[in-house]
Design a protein around this ligand. Structure first.
Ligand SMILES: Nc1ncnc2c1ncn2[C@@H]1O[C@H](COP(=O)(O)OP(=O)(O)OP(=O)(O)O)[C@@H](O)[C@H]1O
Ligand SMILES: [Mg+2]
Length: 164
């Protein structure tokens, strides 16, 4: 059920607050349908967890949002029956280990997945509905998002409103 990623957007993220703002901006997408696959790619320290945490908070997750570095997966149950799995596959020795994690029953459309280090699951991990890449850019970061054109409106400023 993966979608065609026919739009690419680039966004400068000069500081952590900008990464958090981008994460929060994605929240309405997760309210639109029961599940989907979001790949969060980028080197160590690129800001993947920062973005995922802000997204989860914007959806109403309260308290600490732990990085799934060691547990590999942190599940969330939100109001309205929305289910989200935050995964960090850095420690997968091979993609087939995903079968042993017992998460594939919850693959989209049953839940949304926010996946750090998706490359480690290549071949087993379902294809993305949104592919976000973070890269260093001086002191800050640069985000490149590939997504379905019909989803891009949440990230583009509404016409007729001037940015302050
Ligand atoms: N746009 C940005 N500019 C500068 N620093 C940022 C930016 N976004 C996030 N950071 C900072 O980068 C650091 C690492 O962030 P984070 O833990 O989210 O990275 P990660 O990609 O999840 O790393 P890992 O691969 O280890 O899981 C944090 O201190 C965070 O505040
Ligand atoms: Mg991380």
């Amino acid at each position: 059920m993966s979608r065609t990623l026919n739009r690419t957007l680039v966004r400068a993220l000069p500081d952590s607050a900008a990464t958090e703002a981008l994460g929060a901006q994605l929240a309405p997408l997760l309210r639109r349908q029961s599940g989907g696959m979001i790949w969060l790619e980028g080197e160590l320290g690129a800001g993947k967890t920062t973005l995922a945490r802000a997204l989860l908070r914007a959806l109403g997750v309260q308290g600490a949002v732990r990085s799934p570095t060691y547990t590999l997966v942190e599940p969330y149950e939100l109001e309205g029956g929305l289910r989200i799995l935050h995964l960090d596959l850095y420690r997968l020795a091979e993609p087939e280990e995903l079968y042993g994690l017992g998460v594939l029953d919850d693959a989209p459309p049953a839940a949304w997945w926010l996946v750090e280090w998706p490359q480690r699951g290549q071949g087993v991990l379902p294809a993305p509905d949104l592919h976000l890449r973070l890269a260093s850019d001086g002191e800050g970061r640069r985000a490149e998002l590939e997504l379905p054109a019909e989803w891009s409106a949440v990230l583009e400023p509404a016409k007729g409103h001037s940015a302050l």
